[in-house]
Design a binder for this molecule. Structure first.
Ligand code: ADP
Ligand code: MG
Length: 332
């Protein structure tokens, strides 16, 4: 369906995309996950032929996006970060316009527009000017435009940014629906979004692929370490010496002492080793009774934050979250 090889995009001395390769089969949903500035939009703009790569290749349905752009682009529907909507057109006029650009044949056009308006639930807004639509509806119209012509590959850049929770659920349902007939690539900086929607997740940071796997495998991978939270009555030194003698413990972190003699701490251990009994008997033998013991696995969220931590810290001030939305508003 799509094959991307060694993609590089250089802006001055900055690499926005750094040697990215992946391929995707038909009918799957792939999620690009990464913090702001990770290179998601740049990658999508290259895949869809909006901008050119510094080097590397993109092949869609057997057609190279550089060598045969017309053919390759026929297989793609794209919803960019800032959807190119015309505020003075009505929804239907706009979709007509998009259908013409995409070369949808006259005999099927009217039907396709009606069908896609149904699918994206914008039929009621057919005759309304786009500038009078709410944000959620505008996003739907953008999505309808991307689906026009029923391309094999639908690419959605942060499709739920700026929507309220109800609209987010609706758009996600729609994406699920679309994936029955189409291959979908979407981007997001929200982990829960890609992990609920996608068959395959690619975490990217600073233009580089950090890890790529199914959401299930990523979760497994991430619970490779267990965390055990403990509240124990006893001396810190005694507790520490007991725990240090238990196999499988990687890290011990003491919190501040709460009340007299009650110590709270977190123990990190290898995921495959059960150490709760050792902790129980060890502390009991040392006359340090356990008041609380709780196992907390590392969540996907923890891992994502860990993997992309440096980037978030570096780029925090550079691109506020609302950046795309503000620009979107100005554009319409
Ligand atoms: P994301 O979509 O993951 O937030 P982008 O692909 O928009 O990330 O940006 C990746 C990096 O490339 C960022 O550091 C951004 O500042 C930089 N960048 C994007 N577009 C340009 C451009 N036209 N000129 C220079 N730098 C750019
Ligand atoms: Mg982006």
């Amino acid at each position: 369906m799509i094959e991307v090889k060694n993609l590089i995009k250089q802006y001055g001395n900055q690499r926005a995309v750094d040697d990215l390769s992946f391929s995707l089969e038909k009918g799957k949903i792939l999620g690009f996950l990464g913090p702001n500035g990770a290179g998601k939009s740049t990658t999508m703009n290259i895949i869809t032929g909006y901008i050119s790569a510094t080097s590397g290749s993109v092949i869609i349905d057997g057609n190279d996006i550089l060598q045969e752009p017309e053919k390759a682009k026929k297989s793609i529907g794209y919803l960019p970060e800032i959807p190119p909507l015309y505020p003075d057109m009505t929804t239907k006029e706009y979709l007509n316009f998009v259908a013409d650009i995409k070369g949808v044949k006259k005999p099927v056009k009217e039907n396709m527009i009606l069908e896609i308006m149904e699918l994206t639930k914008i039929t009621d807004m057919a005759d309304r000017l786009i500038k009078h639509l709410s944000k959620g509806y505008k996003q739907r119209v953008g999505l309808a435009g991307a689906i026009m012509g029923y391309p094999d590959l639908i690419i959605l850049d942060e499709p739920t940014v700026g929507l309220d929770p109800m609209q987010i659920i609706e758009i996600r349902d729609l994406i699920k629906e679309l994936s029955k007939e189409h291959t979908v690539i979407l981007s997001s900086h929200i982990l829960s979004e890609v992990s609920t929607l996608c068959d395959l997740v690619m975490i990217i940071n600073k233009g580089k692929l950090i890890v790529s796997d199914t959401p299930e495998n990523l979760s497994k991978h991430m619970s490779a370490t267990n965390r055990i939270y403990l509240m124990v009555h006893g001396e810190k030194e005694t507790i520490e010496s007991v725990l240090k003698n238990i196999d499988g413990i990687i890290h011990i972190e003491f919190e501040e002492e709460k009340e007299d003699g009650y110590i709270t701490l977190t123990v990190e251990s290898e995921g495959s080793i059960e150490i709760r009994e050792d902790i129980f008997y060890g502390l009991a033998a040392a006359q340090c009774p356990i008041y609380e013991l709780k196992v907390t696995k590392k969540s996907l969220e923890d891992i994502f934050l860990e993997l992309t931590k440096s980037e978030v810290e570096d780029d925090d001030q550079e691109k506020p979250e609302e950046y795309g939305e503000i620009k979107k508003e100005e554009n319409q």
